[in-house]
Design a protein around this ligand. Structure first.
Ligand SMILES: NC(=O)c1ccc[n+]([C@@H]2O[C@H](COP(=O)([O-])OP(=O)(O)OC[C@H]3O[C@@H](n4cnc5c(N)ncnc54)[C@H](OP(=O)(O)O)[C@@H]3O)[C@@H](O)[C@H]2O)c1
Length: 282
């Protein structure tokens, strides 16, 4: 069950990538959960959730190793995203960090490589390092994460900054601040936004609109929350699920189309921003 054309977003390069992928934060860290985590990732791949997000930070590389084990010989089917720590954020630092990630992932290329957050990095150096990695064929695209609108403006003011492919941000029904200015800015610059924690790290409030819609549709409140994110234009999402049943539910959320009335019910509980809110981070 691959994702249909409508279920893709387009990178600035014109490449279409899946709108629904899989996150892996907190995966690969517990030996007794390894088998079920690998089964969950493989189920997601079989269901067309072939974009997989990781980071050198996740389990200090253990998540990348888990992905290598889960994907086996299916590398060419996948779009792998990884991230570099800001403390490795220099021209040489990003290149060395990337080499280490490639080894752990047992691959020769990362499809999309992100600066994980801002924190004392040398942004010009990061761009130069990313571009060198691109030239060497070790990454195919690069982007950033947790950049607010002013950070994006700064990035684009730098030489080569306009090659950024995406901004991975905390965005879900309960964290809508980016709708005020960041999402419009990204759309204007033809950069899709990558929504992390799309079900709010399983901390969505109970009761209310999500559960009412879920009961009426015979789905779960998680699926309604995920469908809401997936319905936003030029936004792609990377829910993390280490449970195969959750993976299947998340894939089904891609086919759940919320009506205008349902969206209005959600807006009444989770109000869209009326003014600038600083970008939240998890
Ligand atoms: N760039 C950044 O700074 C940043 C920050 C945070 C996250 N991320 C990325 O985004 C990914 C997703 O974010 P996240 O892991 O924070 O949170 P999330 O995907 O919003 O939520 C994950 C939690 O929700 C549960 N869950 C998922 N689908 C479910 C379903 N259908 N029904 C019930 N429970 C469900 C999972 O349980 P089970 O595991 O038990 O299935 C897990 O406890 C991360 O894994 C990571 O790759 C990036």
């Amino acid at each position: 069950m691959a994702q249909s054309n409508a279920a893709t977003v387009t990178l600035p390069s014109g490449e279409a990538i899946p709108k629904l992928g899989q996150g892996t934060w907190e995966m690969g860290e517990r030996p007794n959960a390894r088998k079920s985590e690998i089964a969950a990732l493989r189920e997601g791949i079989d269901l067309g959730m072939t974009l997989i997000d990781t980071a050198e930070m996740y389990g200090e590389g253990e998540s990348e190793k888990l992905i290598a084990e889960a994907l086996g010989d299916r590398r060419d089917e996948l779009f792998i995203v990884s991230k570099v720590y800001p403390h490795n954020g220099s021209e040489r630092g990003v290149q060395s960090a990337c080499e280490r990630s490639l080894k752990r992932l047992k691959t020769d290329r990362i499809d999309l490589y992100l600066l994980h957050w801002r924190g004392g990095e040398d942004l010009e150096g990061v761009i130069a390092g990313f571009e060198k990695l691109k030239d060497d064929g070790k990454i195919r695209h690069w982007g950033v994460s947790n950049f607010d609108t002013d950070d994006m403006e700064e990035l684009l003011s730098l030489d080569g900054g306009d090659a950024c492919a995406t901004d991975q941000i905390l965005f879900n029904v309960a964290r809508r601040g980016a709708e005020f200015d960041l999402l419009p800015w990204l759309r204007e610059h033809r950069m899709p936004a990558m929504a992390y924690s799309p079900v709010d790290h399983a901390r969505l409030p109970r009761g209310g609109a999500l559960e009412q819609i879920a009961a009426a549709r015979g789905v779960s409140a998680f699926q309604v929350a995920l469908a809401w994110v997936l319905q936003q234009p030029q936004v792609f999402a990377i829910p993390k699920a280490s449970d195969v049943a959750h993976v299947r539910e998340n894939r089904a959320a891609l086919d759940l189309h919320l009506s205008a009335d349902e969206l209005a019910d959600i807006d009444r509980q989770f109000k869209p921003p009326k003014s600038k809110r600083p970008l939240e981070m998890l």
